[in-house]
Design a protein around this ligand. Structure first.
Ligand SMILES: Nc1ncnc2c1ncn2[C@@H]1O[C@H](COP(=O)(O)OP(=O)(O)OP(=O)(O)O)[C@@H](O)[C@H]1O
Ligand SMILES: [Mg+2]
Length: 235
């Protein structure tokens, strides 16, 4: 099986070379745990090796994303300017609707999210897709709808041979009964928790599943460093 570098040497070594190419991987975790940054490492590495990448962003503007990446030593701007990296901001429809309700006094229509439609904005020539954060589409649909739409999207992107990272915040993952994990090829969980003994925040990355891959038993501890990004402790 072909692998695609995660952009982090140590993580690659624990994944037999990287993420399985052409498959869908779910990255979940609580807020501030490093999900977006893990995605940025992949995008930077993939762009550097000449791949076409797309970031579908629901929460941040392209400018903010480029600044965040730069502060971690990941210069994505040239790739963005050359079109090797497409960053598209996608608002969840309800955001527009909420703005409309406030500004023009319109009534909510009960509009439902359509996750499958995301496939239409990805150029055919794309190799790597990061969707950050698929969780924003979950509140307006039922669990069954989410599951069938997510399965369909994952299937369609797999058919197109994209290596896709689905980033999902922990509360959306919980709300949807952790069902996204079943359809994808791999699951990575990130956390940022206070150690009750030291009162210090500790970050760790856990490979929960990765089909066709022998995965480590232990979570990998890391720091996020300026100009470097995710920095794993040596074991
Ligand atoms: N330049 C930097 N130097 C050091 N640490 C940084 C830097 N930039 C970001 N961080 C750390 O990374 C954390 C954010 O990581 P990230 O945005 O990947 O989290 P996330 O899991 O995507 O969070 P959310 O669910 O809110 O989107 C910040 O809270 C900060 O602690
Ligand atoms: Mg994020």
């Amino acid at each position: 099986m072909e692998r695609i570098s995660t952009g982090l040497t140590k993580l690659d070594s624990k994944l037999e070379g990287g993420y399985p190419e052409g498959k869908g991987i779910l990255i979940s975790g609580n807020t501030g745990s490093g999900k977006t940054i893990l995605g940025l490492h992949l995008l930077h590495q993939a762009c550097e090796s000449g791949k076409n990448c797309m970031l579908i962003a629901t929460e941040e503007t392209p400018e903010d994303i480029l600044l965040q990446a730069k502060s971690l030593g990941l210069n994505l701007k040239p790739f963005y300017e050359d079109g090797n990296l497409v960053i598209q901001r996608v608002y969840e429809e309800r955001v527009y609707e909420s703005i409309g309700c406030v500004e023009w006094g319109t009534k909510p229509s009960g509009l439902k999210s359509n996750i499958i439609k995301l496939k239409d904005i990805i150029p055919d020539t794309t190799d790597v897709v990061v969707i950050d954060n698929i969780g924003v589409f979950t509140p307006s649909i039922s669990l069954d709808e989410f599951k069938s739409q997510f399965d369909a999207l994952n299937h369609l992107l797999f058919k197109r041979n994209y290596t896709t990272i689905y980033i999902m915040d922990e509360s959306s993952n919980k709300r949807t009964d952790y069902t996204a994990a079943y359809s994808v090829y791999g699951v990575i969980k990130m956390s940022n928790m206070e150690n009750p003994y030291t009162n210090k925040h500790e970050r760790c990355l856990e490979i929960v599943k990765m089909r066709n891959t022998q995965i480590p038993d232990e979570p990998m501890k890391f720091k996020i460093q300026p100009n470097k990004g995710i920095d794993f402790f040596s074991d």
